[in-house]
Design a protein around this ligand. Structure first.
Ligand code: SF4
Length: 359
């Protein structure tokens, strides 16, 4: 641990927030390492099995909820948030048009991990220049960390009923990053007030009823989980509820009244690439694997893999209005499809057959 006088630590904490803003973060807070009731909350959530195949949530034990067990010597955590919502992407129009592909707004641009990790590294360099070498590690959604609990402890916002961090001035469309440090910095007051009140809009709108209750997300039903994390077959009973959401889902954010205060991102890296904000399901489904790899290089969409991408788009096409283009696209991919993709294509084709029969 670095020994610094209290006055120096106080001014350093103020400087860190200032430098953070200069580096493009909208807000920076400092948390201690006691995450209070969040450890119990995590354990209860795991015990119910709501994490599904997210085994990584369970395997790290208390390292996830106790920062000093993950990085020995950690005394404080700098938590930083960065807005990512691209302005003017006609979000609702795309979501309401069942022939268009809806991709979660966070995934339209470049992968946030690299962007934020670089900024955190620059912040660490600034601190080193000010006080000399110190112990730190930067994380961006990349290690067993309760980043939302840390953000709440750092005063960035409260965890809403939709389980996302909400900020009164910025809503919830932001990424979080953390710098674990061995500096005994003064910590910010935790966000104590929860401003969800009696609102239940996010719980009510969820297309797949993924909320077992306020603050209780059953990941196994969440479209983000189904389209990104799940490697196998999407449960048949959930497919028609997914609509045209082919990579993630934003419904619980779109409906949140606090997102009236969200600001468009200043980061060009987060702006849509390859028309991902305005492509039809058919167009994306017809991407070859090479096109997929080229167009998703440096994008969070890579996470689903090509087979997962086709699987998700097949579900979207099964929910699209029946047309020759849709049916031809589905049929064109049957030959050579993996077992996983074939099964989803067959399901999609059945939807169109049954809708024709009903007419
Ligand atoms: S939609 Fe309502 S209940 Fe849900 S997070 Fe926003 S304010 Fe809270």
């Amino acid at each position: 641990m670095k020994q610094l006088p209290e006055t120096k630590l106080n001014s350093l904490a103020a400087d860190i927030k200032h430098w953070g803003r200069e580096l493009g973060f909208q807000e920076v807070g400092i948390s201690g390492i006691d995450l209070g009731p969040h450890e119990q909350y995590l354990n209860d959530w795991l015990a119910t099995g709501y994490h599904g195949e997210l085994d990584y949530m369970a395997v790290h034990g208390t390292k996830r909820s106790r920062p000093a067990e993950l990085v020995p010597g950690t005394l404080t955590v700098i938590s930083a948030r960065m807005d990512y919502l691209p302005g003017d992407t006609e979000t609702i129009r795309i979501l309401d048009d069942p022939s268009q592909a809806y991709i979660s707004r966070y995934a339209l641009g470049r992968d946030y991990h690299k962007v934020i990790r670089k900024r955190l590294a620059k912040l660490a360099t600034k601190i080193t220049e000010a006080v000399g070498e110190f112990g730190y590690r930067a994380f961006v959604d990349s290690a067993p960390i309760l980043e939302k609990a840390i953000a709440e402890q750092a005063g960035i916002g409260w965890i809403g009923k939709n389980t996302l961090v909400l900020n009164r001035k910025a809503g919830s469309w932001f990424f979080l990053g953390e710098l674990f440090t061995d500096l005994p910095l003064p910590t910010d007051s935790p966000t104590e007030k929860n401003h969800c009140g009696r609102c239940t809009a996010c719980l009510d709108i969820c297309p797949t009823d993924a909320f077992a209750g306020p603050y209780q997300l059953d990941a196994r039903r969440c479209i983000s989980y189904l389209t990104i994390e799940l490697k196998g077959s999407i449960p048949v009973e959930l497919r028609s509820k997914m609509g045209n959401r082919v990579f993630g889902c934003d419904d619980c954010q779109l409906v949140c009244p606090w997102n009236r205060f969200a600001k468009p991102t200043q980061e060009t890296d987060f702006l849509p690439r390859h028309k991902l904000d305005s492509s039809s399901l058919v167009e994306l489904f017809l991407w070859t694997e090479e096109e997929f790899l080229n167009r998703t290089a440096g994008s969070p969409i890579r996470r689903s893999g090509y087979q997962g991408w086709l699987r998700n788009l097949a579900v979207g096409l099964g929910n699209a209005p029946t047309s020759t283009a849709v049916i031809d696209a589905l049929k064109s991919r049957l030959a050579g499809a993996s077992e996983l993709v074939r099964e989803h294509i067959e399901w999609a084709l059945e939807q169109h057959l049954s809708s024709k029969t009903q007419c």
